[in-house]
Design a protein around this ligand. Sequence first.
Ligand code: C5P
Length: 215
Amino acid sequence: TRPLVIAIDGPAASGKGTLAKRVAAAYGFAHLDTGSLYRAVGVAVLRAGGDPADPAAAGRAARDLHPEDGILADPDLRTDEAAQAASKVAAVPEVRAALLEFQRRFAEQPPGGAPGAVLDGRDIGTVVCPGADAKLFVTASVEVRADRRLKELQGRGIPAIPSDVLEDMKARDARDSQRAVAPLRPAADAFVLDTSALDADQAYAAAIAHIGSKT
Ligand code: C5P
């Protein structure tokens, strides 16, 4: 029997990552945070002294990436600098093409022989796994998402200016939704979950109810 695949897409700080982790743990499925792949490529370009928006440099870094080697756990991937670099390399078609195979293999043959996989990102339901068994598009207003990011940064002891966080969020939203390849948008058959007025438990309950109806 083929593994079950759950696709969770949405903009930055929508809560999709937290949700994906909880869903994967509840079902005993493997979880792939696909944003970390783009972050790893962005950070690799920065470390090599290159420009993440340069297609040649970004494409090379993506082809050289070995996600199995533990690189996705590097704390440097969690910085805002890495996020901005990720959204630049993510607009390069060669980068997306190079990362596609790893993501599809993860969904088709989840590591550890898990009976299913949860992938979260921007284009899982539309491009990476269009045949996913359940698709969620998790969103929230940009103000709510900027506020969540601000609290998360403060919780990690990182000083941040609220207006800067909001502007960065808007810039990343614009880059992610306006790019030509695999722009951020809900798949036609995705369940849109707006978490603006929901806490993590409420969002989880709504997600589980939808997944249960599909699987
Ligand atoms: O989800 P996260 O914030 O870690 O993603 C970082 C960036 O990687 C996003 O802003 C987006 O540009 C890119 N990304 C993507 N496709 C995915 C996952 C992430 O383009 N499936």
